[in-house]
Write a protein that binds this ligand. Structure first.
Ligand SMILES: Cc1cc2nc3c(=O)[nH]c(=O)nc-3n(C[C@H](O)[C@H](O)[C@H](O)COP(=O)(O)OP(=O)(O)OC[C@H]3O[C@@H](n4cnc5c(N)ncnc54)[C@H](O)[C@@H]3O)c2cc1C
Length: 464
């Protein structure tokens, strides 16, 4: 049984309508002459999994407050992430204001060791971010008074601060990208509520078989399904050496105590675990705290039916997967962190344990001031290479035969348009001379404005 027999096979089919799939659809529709494109999504609307506004921290990560990024990474991430802001600024104000929110951002150093890290970082970053300010205690108190109130005056304090940051509702960004893609190419077909359960290779390319028995044929396949991308790749024999460590991130709310985003200096071995405070773009008058970092064996937050798919894609039947997990998770720093984070889920004492992370930012806050943000939080599936026994932070990409599989934990949403630009180049390569990608105009519109690095080779990846 087939949907829309007449248009098949599609030239390109994208699985997943989060920020990544939506950005690729927009890129192909706007900057290539590929006519016949399909987007397949299992939920009824875009951005319902990790791109959902409730499921991530809504930060456009450009590298100024992310102390775990090397300087080289900052140079790459900055222009890549700013593509989202540039895209937004091409739109009418009313549409832009739906998903892009200017905000202040700060990274806070507490104690002499962290202060020394930030001093050095400021010197390195200032040429790249001329707006970045270095604030002492009094400067911090003038912009974020709650960070200084009640704090031991003998503890050294320093912050890097900018007034030119952005918060993004990535769910609404995905919607905007898809709407504009469909406007730019009226030949696009979008299939919502179509869950791809199996992919088989055939002589024209790939056949995607849906849960309801329908199917779609495509010459080129791009899987932008984040946590599900590895499972779908493995069905076709790719990425068998990878497993996934499933890190759930949950949040808490307090009344509004911060004016903008306040991050802390990160632990390099667990960069996804440093708690920060953010205004939630959809919840005025409150501050959102988190995320926590808890081992939780599912592929989608709050969806226990995805547990069996986690076990399918994790390769736990193989001894070397277990060995890799032991080596990675028994590292003393990670083990302590993950154990503590599991305890945060316990009633009563959990919040009391978690609050010490928040007190690093706002010393006077108490466990009574915060409540668990029910229904908030997402999953960061960290890839593990079971051959090298390493955890691979940041994005992952597998390029197969006319197929691309993207695994996109943080900051995948921030760099979605950059990743789409790279994938468009690969797709054009797959199609030989049959199609054209106007990458020059895409770069002019969205990328070239802060050109620092122009290398967009797929070997580049980001540390989250
Ligand atoms: C706690 C937390 C905080 C984060 N904070 C930030 C942040 O501040 N800034 C940032 O840039 N990033 C952040 N991230 C990361 C960010 O959320 C992801 O990088 C981003 O949302 C990934 O987008 P995506 O489109 O690749 O995946 P998703 O948004 O997860 O979309 C994948 C889509 O594929 C669909 N799909 C999956 N399988 C199938 C199938 N078989 N058939 C059909 N459809 C399918 C899903 O339904 C979904 O819509 C955070 C993540 C977490 C968990």
């Amino acid at each position: 049984m087939s949907i829309l027999q007449t248009k098949q096979p599609y030239d390109v089919t994208i699985i997943g309508a989060g920020a990544s799939g939506a950005a690729l659809l927009y890129t192909l529709a706007t900057y290539t002459n590929i006519e016949n494109i399909a987007l397949v999504e299992k939920y009824s609307k875009p951005g319902q999994v990790n791109s959902k506004a409730t499921n991530n921290s809504q930060t456009l990560h450009v590298g100024d407050i992310e102390t775990n990024y090397s300087l080289e990474k900052v140079k790459d991430v900055h222009p890549a992430s700013m593509m989202v802001a540039h895209y937004a600024h091409m739109l009418p104000e009313s549409e832009r204001n739906m998903f892009l929110f200017p905000t202040t951002k700060m990274v806070l150093a507490v104690g002499a060791h962290e202060v020394a890290i930030l001093e050095k970082r400021y010197a390195d970053l200032k040429p790249l971010f001329p707006d970045l300010q270095k604030l002492d205690r009094a400067g911090i108190a003038s912009v974020e008074p709650a960070v200084v109130e009640g704090r031991d005056a003998s503890v050294p304090l320093l912050a890097l601060y900018t007034t030119t940051g952005y918060a993004v509702d990535f769910e609404k960004l995905a919607m905007s990208l898809i709407n504009n893609a469909v406007k730019n190419n009226t030949n696009i077909d979008t299939f919502f509520e179509h869950n791809v359960v199996k992919i088989v290779k055939n002589k024209t390319g790939y056949k995607l078989i849906m849960k309801d028995g329908t199917d779609i044929e495509t010459k080129i396949l791009v899987v932008d399904a984040d946590s599900y991308s590895l499972l779908l790749a493995q069905q076709l024999g790719y990425g068998k050496e990878f497993s996934l460590i499933p890190i759930a991130g949950s949040f808490y709310f307090s009344k509004q105590v911060l004016n903008g985003k306040v991050y802390t200096v990160q632990e390099p071995k667990l960069p996804f675990a440093a708690v920060h405070g953010d205004p939630d773009v959809n919840v005025p008058g409150q501050t959102r705290w988190g995320p926590t970092a808890r081992f939780h064996p599912v592929l989608e937050a709050r969806n226990f039916s995805t547990m069996k798919d986690f076990f399918k894609s994790s390769g736990l039947a193989r001894g070397k997967t277990w060995l890799s997990f032991f080596i990675i998770l028994l590292d003393p720093i990670r083990f302590k962190y993950l154990l503590e984070n599991m305890l945060y889920e316990l009633p009563y004492i959990g919040t009391r344990m978690f609050i010490k992370n928040v007190r690093k930012i706002v010393p006077t806050i108490t466990a009574h001031d915060v409540t668990m943000a029910k229904g908030y939080g997402g999953m960061r599936l960290q890839r593990v290479n079971t051959n090298t026994k390493e955890m691979l932070l940041g994005e992952g990409k597998i390029i197969g035969d006319n197929a691309i599989f993207n695994m996109t934990p943080s900051p995948g949403a921030s760099v979605c348009l950059f990743n789409a630009m790279r994938d468009a180049e690969t797709i054009v390569g797959f199609m030989g001379g049959l199609t054209h990608f106007d990458s020059i105009n895409m770069r002019k519109d969205l990328y070239m404005k802060e050109v620092i690095s122009t290398d967009i080779s797929i070997q580049h990846s980001y540390v989250s």
